[in-house]
Design a protein around this ligand. Structure first.
Ligand code: SF4
Length: 355
């Protein structure tokens, strides 16, 4: 074993955090934890992990679940396509493989939504297969340690780091090595102010010797985001709100939202939100605007403008679902709507309506 791997693993044995997914070798549980951790940090991810496994303790529970239940548990994590892919892959394993989880890196790659990183993580952590697991933490450690100046956004840089990691990975120690390097990136070789004084591989680190910790890894600027204006008409009648399921081919696929009109420019007065047919507009008692919200996604910047409209009777149209405040918490919806509903309810105008 190289001195790098030896020092790293020895450090890990003393400093490793106790994390629930480190106590199991079950590929299903490891898969769930990895997908959740791609969305969020450990502290928040742990709560999601426990909730998810409580509801779907094994693969068949997930495979036979309704998509709405899966999306509902995913609320707050974002990237709902990951939850849909988890569900689709679970169904595939259940029906096409009789519930047998793919047994190695190569076969894991065939699952929907499972890319190189996730397949490597499951193969290394569940089966001990000798494959390097390279995430953002590992990229940072290796770029600093070896003095790699290439842009970490480039697939070629990822491949370079994977090849270094593969060479250092000691046979039969895949679990320890991969966990250790990720842990080092999370606890010691952090994005800003790495703790080089306590680092087990500091002796030969290129960046420490050349004071390049703040310069590496190098990441080029992200492309500018697409700006979109979402204008929502949030209908309310007697404490119930009207929501619709989003269609396919855009963000938030399959989630619920109020009636939407997207525009180039924001709608700025209640009259702009007059999407109802004239007959139903007559049932409008009062309308008011909420302060606009900005919601940032990886490649998009959403500006959310909401007009709350109280009706004296329910408006009905195809696909519209009226839900009470209690049902709303179980409705799979972009997390921003929990915030919007609570703002709507605490708005002085809403309170006046309900006196
Ligand atoms: S010595 Fe510092 S920069 Fe180098 S790997 Fe360790 S923590 Fe990171």
């Amino acid at each position: 074993m190289s001195s790098f791997s030896e020092s790293l693993i020895a450090w890990f044995q003393v400093n490793a955090r106790e994390l629930p997914w480190r106590q199991t070798r079950d590929p299903y549980r490891i898969w769930i934890s990895e997908v959740i951790l791609q969305q969020t940090r450990v502290a928040q991810g742990t709560a999601y992990y426990h909730r998810f496994l409580e509801r779907f303790p094994n693969l068949s529970d997930l495979a036979f679940a309704a998509e709405e239940d899966v999306l509902s548990l995913w609320q707050g994590l974002g990237y709902y396509s990951r939850a849909r892919n988890l569900h689709a892959a679970a169904k595939f394993v259940q029906t096409e493989r009789n519930g047998d989880f793919p047994p190695n890196f190569k076969e894991l790659l065939a699952l929907k939504g499972v890319g190189t990183y996730t397949a490597a993580a499951i193969a290394a952590f569940a089966y001990g297969e000798n494959v390097p697991v390279v995430d953002g933490n590992v990229m940072r450690v290796f770029c600093r340690y070896f003095g790699i100046h290439e842009d970490v956004r480039l697939p070629a840089t990822m491949e370079l780091v994977r090849s270094y990691a593969a060479q250092l990975l000691p046979t039969g120690k895949s679990w320890e090595f991969n966990q250790a390097i990720m842990e080092l990136g999370a606890l010691v070789c952090t994005p800003s102010s790495p703790s080089c004084a306590t680092c087990p591989v500091a002796m030969d680190c290129f960046s420490r010797k050349n004071a390049l910790q703040a310069k590496l890894p190098f990441k080029s600027k992200a492309k500018s985001k697409r700006i979109r204006h979402f204008n929502y008409l949030l209908l309310e009648h007697d404490g119930f709100f009207a929501f619709k399921r989003r269609g396919e081919g855009d963000i938030w696929e399959g989630l619920f939202e109020p009636i939407l009109s997207e525009s180039e420019k924001p709608f700025s007065s209640p009259g702009d939100f007059d999407f109802l047919n004239p007959a139903d507009s007559n049932f409008r008692i009062e309308s008011f605007l909420l302060p606009s919200e900005k919601h940032i996604l990886t490649h998009q910047e959403l500006h959310i403008h909401v007009c709350v409209s109280r009706l004296s009777k329910r408006h009905e149209e195809e696909g519209l679902r009226w839900v009470s405040g209690t049902q709303l918490s179980d409705l799979p919806k972009p997390i921003i709507f929990s915030k919007i509903i609570s703002k709507a309810r605490s708005s002085p105008l809403y309170l006046v309506f309900h006196q």
